[in-house]
Ligand binder design. Sequence first.
Ligand code: NAD
Ligand code: TYD
Length: 349
Amino acid sequence: MNSILITGGAGFIGSHLTRLFVTKYPQYKIVNLDALTYAGNLENLTDVEKAPNYHFVKGNITNLSLLRSLFEEHQFTGVIHCAAESHVDRSITDPLAFITTNVMGTAALLQVAKENWKDNMEGKVFYHISTDEVYGSLGQTGFFYEDTAYSPRSPYSASKASSDHIVRAFYHTYNMPIKISNCSNNYGPYHFPEKLIPLCINNIINNKSLPIYGKGENVRDWLFVEDHARAIDVIFHNGKIGETYNIGGHNEWTNIALVKELCKQMDEKLGREKGASEKLITYVTDRAGHDLRYAIDATKLKNELGWLPSLQFEAGISKTIDWYLQNTKWLEDVTSGNYQNYYEAQYNS
Ligand code: NAD
Ligand code: TYD
């Protein structure tokens, strides 16, 4: 029987992945290990929390003795490692938290998986979820390929790049059965409102200003989160050991065009006068070291494993806005308390 450890399953991407695996594979045992940081939220998983094949453990991936006891108890055959500190702005204010979780935490997981699997790697998979940000910043043209040289420029992307290198080192040195994917920006339900899209949705709802860093000309390649979860499923089951797969939406938007699209759709949905929300757009001081453009070439994933994104962006954004409008309690819960302190420090200092 497959016994799979998902780390960070209470976060944004991890919760979509956990839901997919728990419902699609009732014969697998799924253990979600999550420290429940500000970004982890068990409300993201209420629909599957009682499923017989699902188990939640609150704990930190840097805790070697906890990892050892979980491997002992559950005899994992697979690890899908999503847990991370994931927000670039927070990495600028607190880089060490990123190095601790993303670098040390990944190394701890690899170490304990190796201890448990070293005598029989057959059928085991250690799948590390990474980001396109490890490749650095593109100019106006070009794409990131799987063999693009790493050039991370933020503490977040540098910590993810470090963890990718350590994962590959365990493959080459110890034959660890690893897989890595590097995905572009995700969006969708359960996205914590520190990231651009949910932050703007929340602020439009509350008639608060929409902070655009610099001139709003930075470009991101946006993918609906359920499409990312599907890609992880395909790679986990059919991807080759030792390989890296890029995942992306072929869906590039400048930040300003994206925020204007959000404003347009939300004016319609909220019955506001056309152009009302755009008036909330406010240009603010640029992010330090702000990467200009990310764009993924996902041809390898399409050609080798047949994966393609399912949703057009306008439809995905519409679905996402509807989810936030229907889940105001979720939004209120995650934006109360510490979020207010974070927001004040990030935007009003
Ligand atoms: P998130 O911040 O929403 O969730 C991270 C989860 O990890 C949270 O539940 C948190 O509680 C948990 N966590 C953090 N530190 C932990 C620790 N030390 N021990 C145990 N659990 C811990 O992040 P996300 O957006 O869901 O990203 C998931 C993964 O996907 C990350 O590895 C990230 O680098 C990668 N990724 C994200 C995106 C994106 O657009 N969000 C794109 C590409 C790749
Ligand atoms: P973000 O959602 O933080 O993702 P990432 O930095 O990992 O790509 O930001 C997406 C883009 O939006 C990025 O270019 C920074 C920009 N941005 C703003 O202009 N204002 C904001 O308040 C935030 C959070 C991001």
